[in-house]
Design a protein around this ligand. Structure first.
Ligand code: ADP
Ligand code: ZN
Length: 607
């Protein structure tokens, strides 16, 4: 019985006909009132796991969410789909609060989104008592990793949520997060007092994301190359310092690519204006510091660039995971240099946070960055996923963009020997200049143009040699000193390789394959599939219609329809309401409300 009711609801309110992996299992746990812990990657569809049961189960579903801006979008989307939902948080005026309370008393909502401090903070008793009288059917705790210090976004108020159990006895509790590590999972279960929970852990691989890694060379050039692949598409560029954020945003804007900065140094009002401009598609590119990327989720982000390495693979997964939440193809590029890791160590040390755990996390991040191999596999294995298949078809390695050196050991020895000959007293760029035979002022002044290693790699670019040096650092053959200006020095392993060429079996080195201007880019599978038979002009036209409609209604565009839905419209080109209903993402309510507007655009496009 429940199954068909559920499938009905899915089609009617969301316009979907199938579930994503583990959604059905997660929904069943809620319907059976069994506590659960659901770990799905960003974009995996966690919201549906508590929204769908809220629609089919009698009573009120309570959703705890830490992010006020996301709360509003979710509620707007639900209401747009015909699901009565409300929210209660500090952004409401006294009058709005009274309206919500009246709505609760009148049993008008299926879901109520609440921020944690409203439930456990001062004066929350009255509100809890009200909830207890509303017949709460279950509690969903979104972003549940916020309860754990091992997660990446600890929020002390989350610690007190276990109290809900006393206020709402007999109500099942369901935790949702995208943070996969076992430690965080254990912490969530313990802190929330979950009872024999159903644990569902999804696959962390995001096949729609293409991962690329570039050794940092001329950053602006590298950014322009990436942006050229994403005209009029949304993207986030993460930088490590506020200064860099401001400079890049201003420079991009001057280059004709409007971009807004987003970081803690901006005033609250300005930040919220910039976030709003991004969400409502008035600007497509946001340059942000990682610390402040949380609220800037937009489902059709097509690229995320890190201009600097994050401090752990968990952080990278979380931040890059903001790309392609709508399931369509997107690109994640990490532009890094070994110095990034150095900076992190110095910074963490200064804050007294450079624990063994922090060092390990940094080293693992460095191994990802400098590693040569399938990026999807690397990430999947890191998170304990078994990964099927040899070639993902969606990373720089599998797409054939890297060229592995034919004789890595010889190459490594040339570089190590050059480091030794400049006396281990210079940085990577100087070493690269000597190897390339670039007689720069500094090289000549030091007499390094007379060295036997001068000009050993005449055809290599600076970026290429720096890339090799970084890979040798990650392999433990070289290391950077922690001076303000980092010097490249040999490690014991590096010395050993200079003495004995057999000491480092299995060493690989690779460089970015040079791209010819006329060469067509190899596309990932996801990209090819999601554009299959899509009339691109019509898609762009529908985006404009969506934007206009969103502005009239004062909601972000993706609350109207997701990109995936617009692409399907531009693929199937429906001209009747019936045909429109067969488009994924168009439910009955949406078809009623918006059908004619979009049908008119499709019809007129075909004339
Ligand atoms: P998460 O919270 O796990 O990051 P969301 O709940 O925001 O992910 O869902 C990501 C996207 O996937 C949304 O655009 C949502 O509408 C879409 N989605 C979720 N479930 C399905 C489904 N069963 N079929 C198609 N699209 C879905
Ligand atoms: Zn791959």
């Amino acid at each position: 019985m429940t199954v068909s009711v559920l499938d009905d609801a899915l089609a009617r309110y969301w316009g979907y006909t199938t579930f994503r992996p583990l959604q059905r299992e997660a929904i069943e746990a809620v319907l059976q009132a069994r506590d659960s812990l659901v770990v799905l990657p960003t974009g995996g569809g966690k919201s549906l796991c508590f929204q769908a049961p809220a629609v089919v189960r009698p009573g009120l579903a309570l959703v705890i969410s830490p992010l006020i801006s996301l709360m509003k979008d979710q509620v707007d989307t639900l209401v747009g789909n015909g699901v009565p939902a409300g929210l209660y948080n500090s952004s409401l005026t006294a009058e709005e609060k009274r309206a919500v309370v009246a709505g609760l008393r009148g049993g008008r909502y299926r879901l109520l989104y609440v921020s944690p401090e409203r439930l456990v903070g001062e004066g929350s008793e009255g509100f809890l008592a009200l909830l207890a009288s509303c017949g709460v059917s279950f509690v969903a705790v979104d972003e549940a990793h916020c309860i754990s210090q091992w997660g990446h976004d600890f929020r002390p108020e989350y610690r007190q949520l276990a109290r809900l159990r006393d206020a709402l006895p007999g109500v099942s509790v369901h935790a949702f997060t995208a943070t996969a590590t076992a430690r965080v999972r254990r912490d969530i279960t313990a802190q929330l007092g979950l009872r024999d929970p159903v644990e569902l852990v999804g696959s962390f691989d995001r096949p729609n994301l293409v991962y690329r890694v570039l050794p940092r060379a001329v950053l602006k050039r590298q950014l322009l190359d990436i942006l050229a692949r994403h005209r009029r598409e949304a993207g986030i560029i993460y930088c490590t310092s506020r200064r860099e954020v401001d400079a890049l945003a201003a420079w991009l804007t001057a280059e004709g690519i409007p971009a807004l900065p987003y970081h803690a140094g901006l005033g609250e009002a300005e930040r919220s204006r910039h976030q709003d401009a991004f969400l409502s598609e008035r600007v497509d590119v946001i340059v942000a510091t990682v610390a402040f990327g949380m609220g800037i989720d937009r489902s059709n982000v097509r690229f995320v660039v890190h201009a600097g390495a994050p401090r752990s693979i968990e952080h990278y997964q979380q931040e890059s995971g903001r790309a392609g939440r709508d399931g369509l193809e997107a690109e994640c590029v990490l532009i890094y240099s070994s110095a990034d890791f150095m900076k992190w160590r110095v910074m963490l040390e200064g804050n007294g946070e450079l624990t063994d755990a922090a060092r390990t996390l940094l080293r693992q991040m460095e191994q990802y960055a400098a590693g040569i191999g399938c990026r999807h596999r690397h990430l999947a294995e890191y998170f304990g996923d078994r990964h099927a298949g040899d070639s993902c078809g969606a990373c720089d390695f599998c797409l054939g963009e890297l060229e592995t050196a034919a004789e890595p050991v010889t190459l490594a020895r040339q570089i190590l020997s050059c480091v030794a000959r400049v006396g281990q007293r210079f940085g990577a760029v100087h070493v690269a200049n000597v190897l390339r035979g670039n007689g720069s002022d500094q090289v000549v002044a030091r007499g390094h143009d007379k060295l036997s290693t001068f000009g050993l790699l005449p055809r290599a670019s600076v970026a290429e040699v720096r890339g090799y040096i970084q890979q040798l650092i990650a392999s433990g053959l070289l290391r950077l000193t922690d001076d303000a200006y980092s010097l490249v020095v040999l490690t014991p392993g590096g010395l050993e390789l200079l003495r004995d060429e057999r000491s480092c079996p299995g060493l690989t080195l690779a460089r970015q394959r040079p791209v010819r201007k006329d060469a067509a880019r190899v596309r990932s599978r996801a990209e090819t599939e999601s554009w299959q038979d899509v009339d691109r002009d019509l898609f762009e036209r529908l985006r404009v219609v969506r934007l206009e409609t969103a502005r009239q209604r004062g909601v972000p565009p993706y609350v109207i329809f997701h990109d995936a839905t617009l692409r399907e419209m531009a693929r199937l080109r429906p001209t009747s309401l019936d045909a429109l209903l067969s488009v994924k993402g168009v439910g009955a309510r949406k078809a009623d409300d918006l059908g004619e507007i979009f049908l008119a655009a499709i019809r007129s496009h075909q004339l």
